[in-house]
Design a binder for this molecule. Sequence first.
Ligand code: ADP
Ligand code: 5GP
Length: 211
Amino acid sequence: MNKKGELIVISGFSGVGKGTVVKKLIEKYHYSLSVSATTRAPRPGEVDGKDYHFKTVEEFRNLIDYNGFIEWAQYVENYYGTPRKYVEDELAKGNDVILEIEVQGAMHIKEQYPDAVLIFITAPNAKTLQERLEGRGTEEGKVIAKRLKRAYEETDDMPQYDYLVVNDDLDTCVDDVHAVIRAESFKTKKHNDYVNNMKEELFAIRKEILS
Ligand code: ADP
Ligand code: 5GP
């Protein structure tokens, strides 16, 4: 069966572990991962071009003007955007592409790509989320508070997602996300070409047998 590339959107509260989940998912199942552009400062250990394309606000605005993003959003004082070219090229090659983006961006993707699969990664409960965000140790208290406030607002958008996956045990979560993507690729509506081909082939056989 001819397989088209799936566009997979993964969102989740800050600190829920989506970056960790996505990293393992790519290592284990070899999806293509879109590297976003951002105006936020790199965290210790983050590499330009691998974790993000780090941009100045001016560079980022230029990319917006040149239609360089398929979506972009402001999140807690910084800009984030998905570069258009990589995603379009990978999908054209038939590869599944993962976007790890926040909810406003996810809603923009849903408008443009109605077949995209939207997955929301959540935590077993709010306390665990807070502990993970604090435990990561990469943001100061004020920023953590803003991110938890944003998480509260993001609960309003959770019902817009196709799937909700709890990140309790990491390996289970990674396998669950993969299972969701696999199941999605078997949806009948994504195989119209196959159905039409089969019909034509059967028509030809039928004609041959009856002649
Ligand atoms: P996000 O990308 O969603 O902001 P991270 O991937 O940076 O979150 O994870 C936040 C913290 O939670 C990290 O310290 C990470 O090691 C930890 N973490 C991720 N998944 C789990 C899990 N399943 N169980 C326990 N800790 C986790
Ligand atoms: P962080 O600063 O923790 O790396 O990311 C903050 C938020 O921005 C996360 O929810 C992350 O998923 C989101 N994000 C990362 N890249 C993009 C992007 O290209 N577009 C949008 N809309 N959000 C993004």
